[in-house]
Design a protein around this ligand. Structure first.
Ligand code: NAD
Ligand code: LMR
Length: 337
């Protein structure tokens, strides 16, 4: 690849930049772990006015790392300034879930933020901006942001289920005593919530079907609920929601989207095109391959009865979430209905 100096820097916005995830994400982005070791970056760190002081400290630390690829940091609480000319935006800033809360409790509080951010991206971001939504409830926040950005394509907005996929891959590797790199084609379907369906029916271990190597009882009674409820398990243990692993998944997601997934399937919540019986206009996690710069859905997979019922359950939850944020969608927005 060309020397770093020969590539023009990319502008990457991160909201919630002084939060738990933001802190990890900015460092790894500046180190070149997302966009490659030859890609200079200018970071646009966006926070609320209350967190600006803490953000100043994060900016000091970024400076103190003397990252060779870091060509500038803009720190702001003004969303339009923050999204100006950005090539990528990672929308992390939101209220996280505390012990005992379900993601849906956060729905209305957080969706408002994403409506405003969708409008701002629409006005000032680069026309081909790629947006990753991490803040929960991520799928529906992506819907709200995209619906409020009528001049951008809805496919420019994706939401993160890569953490769920990484969790599922790790659990399977522990069970089969193999390396995570031996495993392919683990799929997360649907919502980033406890209705998600971590599906092993297409999974391969060193090129061979995984499913005959695991028994039904473990798959249905241990593996699936463990992955579905892992976020809550981490909150319970840490007293705070997952942060390093979430930032790591955001790096994985955008690296594969931007640079290509090398033919590997990666789960991403993307606007449904109606495939797999999912209503168009819902952000539903499906397996994708990324040729570099964009995603393609993996289509026409055979779906057995058990999978169909699991996929339907999480679809229904996303319909309910969408209906709960109707008031935040522009009046002429018809894609979701
Ligand atoms: P955190 O509370 O540590 O940080 C959130 C930051 O966002 C805070 O600093 C806050 O000031 C800021 N913020 C809030 N509203 C903002 C706005 N309108 N604009 C800019 N900044 C704003 O939380 P965290 O642990 O970093 O988690 C952030 C979000 O990510 C939460 O919604 C959490 O549930 C979600 N999350 C998602 C996944 C996933 O897999 N999709 C995984 C983990 C966490
Ligand atoms: C996670 O999956 O760890 C996050 O979405 C946090 C949560 O609320 O579960």
């Amino acid at each position: 690849p060309p020397a770093a100096d020969m590539l023009p820097p990319l502008r990457v916005a991160v909201t919630g930049a002084a939060g738990q995830i933001g802190y990890q994400l900015l460092m790894r982005l500046a180190a070149g772990e997302m966009l490659g070791k030859h890609q200079p970056v200018i970071l646009h760190a966006i926070e609320t006015p209350q967190a600006i002081k803490a953000l100043r400290g994060v900016v000091m630390e970024l400076e103190d790392c003397a990252f060779p690829l870091l060509r500038g940091v803009l720190a702001t609480d003004q969303v339009e300034k923050g999204f100006g000319d950005v090539n990528l935006a990672v929308l992390v800033g939101a209220r996280p879930r505390g012990p005992g809360m379900e993601r849906r409790d956060l729905l209305s509080a957080n969706a408002q933020i994403f409506a405003e951010q969708g409008r701002a991206l629409n006005r000032v971001a680069q026309r081909d901006v790629r947006v990753l939504v991490v803040g929960n409830p991520a799928n529906t926040n992506a819907l709200v942001a995209a619906a409020n950005a009528p001049d951008l394509w809805e496919e420019q907005f994706t939401a993160m289920t890569r953490l769920d996929q990484n969790r599922a891959v790790s659990q399977l590797a522990l069970k089969l005593q193999c390396a995570v790199t031996d495993i392919e084609r683990v799929i997360i379907w649907g919502n980033h919530s406890n209705t998600q369906y971590p599906d092993l029916s297409h999974a391969l271990v060193r090129g061979e079907w995984a499913r005959p190597r695991i028994d039904d009882a473990w798959y249905r009674n241990e593996f699936i609920p463990r992955v579905q409820k892992r976020g809550a398990e981490v909150i319970e243990a840490r007293g705070a929601s997952s942060a390093a692993s979430a930032a790591n998944a955001a790096i994985d997601h955008l690296r594969d989207l931007w640079l290509g997934s090398g033919g590997r399937w990666q789960s991403m919540s993307v606007p449904s095109d109606g495939s797999y019986g999912v209503d168009a206009g819902l952000w539903y996690s499906v397996p994708c391959v990324c040729p570099g710069g964009h995603f393609r859905r993996v289509l026409d997979l055979p779906i057995d009865e058990f999978s169909a019922s699991m996929m339907e359950r999480t679809r229904k939850e996303l319909v309910e979430e969408r209906d709960a944020v109707r008031h935040l969608l522009p009046k002429d927005y018809d894609k979701a209905f």
